[in-house]
Ligand binder design. Structure first.
Ligand code: SF4
Length: 431
């Protein structure tokens, strides 16, 4: 998607947030590696659009949101809002930009002070920014009506409202200072499904009326599909795919996105042939995998050029490698293991030799040695482990740019983006 500067409200370039693990004097000497919560993420958001941000919990979505708003300082990278680099602003300029960037949190209960009435809660940001002096109460009542609440609720306490109503109070509070941009961090996750749709519809109506731009974070893909114009998918601190909503849902181009989509519950399980069950745990953000961060769980890891084997054999070798690394099977004897992984016999040639030696090690209860041998031979030389993927692929369901951080597109991608870790991210820098 080519986005002109005139259309862009927010531009995030190579944004990185690492957290130190040091907590005491001893730690400062030990210099523990940092937690790489967000690594080289770039994207942009046009005025009036909703960019959905999706990924499993712990993937860095909320840290990214807080870093975008400068609630936490970035380790590296830049955020441009209305063309201004937030890192270069201070004093009243920064305060002014911050007023235009608001946030709504997941838990509508804990984000409202139970001792305060609704009126003062919504007035608070106006007071903080010295706005609407003398007309605050009137404005609050108007806002309550806009978000679907009775203006008479001005004098009630948060505990007198349902979860959905409390999130509407949060919306009114965010709107109080007339912002351009709202980060919505899982705003409906804590609500009943029936209430979710109502709140989402209200958010869309408010967006139209006030020309709002949303960065909408959720782990629920049906919510993301409902509200987003474009969707960014995040995994282990990186963006792995970014496309227009229909394009992403109908034509996903990253194995992680495919797995997420396959995991959406459907009323009739027979209506989908394949259920995407992601194997293995998400690796630690302290030592993320080299190259593509999804490679330790990817079912489509590309086989290394050094070894020629057909696709079925590669699938068997990869499954065996991962099972050894995770110790997910019993190894009573060679025949049983061969039967479990290789339909009776290990592969021919050099590949078979490595597999057989690893099998000997497993049978000798030397699992770590076997895992190292298999990983060094079959995983580490893969392009997936050696290079950061970074591609633009063709869109089938829209005119916008489709970014996919996956080397499966290395031959047919329309272009390759260079220079920025965290692939799809690089897009905005060049647009
Ligand atoms: S780059 Fe390789 S490991 Fe990563 S998603 Fe693509 S095929 Fe899978």
């Amino acid at each position: 998607m080519t986005v002109s500067d005139a259309d862009t409200l927010l531009r995030v370039e190579n944004l990185t947030k690492h957290f130190s693990q040091s907590s005491g004097i001893l730690d400062t000497f030990l210099s523990n590696p940092p937690v790489r919560a967000v690594d080289g993420v770039s994207f942009d958001i046009r005025e009036g659009e909703t960019l959905g941000l999706v990924g499993e919990s712990g993937c860095g979505k909320s840290t990214l949101a807080r870093t975008v708003l400068r609630l936490v300082d970035p380790t590296d990278g830049a955020v441009y809002f209305n063309g201004a680099n937030l890192a270069e602003l201070s004093g009243s300029d920064l305060r002014e930009q911050r007023r235009d960037m608001q946030m709504i949190f997941q838990d509508p209960q804990s984000s409202l002070d139970p001792r305060m009435k609704v009126g003062p809660i919504v007035e608070e940001p106006m007071k903080a920014h010295g706005l609407y002096e003398g007309e605050r109460e009137e404005r609050v009542r108007e806002l309550l009506e806009k978000v679907g609440l009775d203006p008479q609720h001005y004098n009630r306490y948060p505990h007198q409202f349902s979860g959905g109503q409390r999130q509407r109070i949060n919306l009114a509070r965010a709107l109080a200072v007339n912002p351009d941009f709202i980060v919505c961090d899982e705003p409906v996750s804590a609500l009943d499904v029936s209430i979710q749709a109502q709140v989402l519809n209200t958010m869309q109506e408010l967006q139209d009326e006030f020309g709002l731009t949303y960065l909408f974070i959720a782990h629920d893909l049906s919510v993301i599909r409902h509200i987003s114009d474009r969707v960014a998918v995040m995994y282990l601190g990186n963006l792995v795919e970014l496309a227009e909503t229909e394009e992403l849902f109908e034509n996903p181009q990253h194995p992680y996105t495919e797995a997420l989509l396959d995991s959406i519950p459907v009323p009739d399980p027979r209506s989908r042939g394949k259920r995407g069950v992601l194997e293995g745990d998400v690796p630690s953000p302290i030592e993320p995998p080299s190259g593509c961060r999804f490679r330790t769980r990817c079912p489509e890891l590309i086989q290394p050029d050094e070894y020629a084997m057909d696709a079925d054999t590669w699938d068997e070798v990869l499954a065996f490698t991962r099972a050894v690394k995770r110790r997910t099977f019993e190894a009573p004897d060679r025949t049983t293991v061969r039967r479990e992984f290789f339909e009776g016999d290990t592969p021919d040639g050099e590949v078979g030799e490595v597999v057989d030696r690893a099998l000997d090690e497993v049978l000798a209860d030397e699992w770590d040695a076997a895992a190292e041998r298999l990983s060094e031979t079959f995983e580490e030389p893969s392009i997936c482990a050696r290079e950061d993927p970074n591609y633009v692929v063709e869109s089938e369901y829209g005119t916008g740019e489709h970014l996919a951080a996956c080397h499966l597109h290395r031959d047919d991608a329309a272009a390759t983006r260079d220079g920025t870790e965290g692939a799809p991210g690089a897009a905005s820098a060049d647009d």
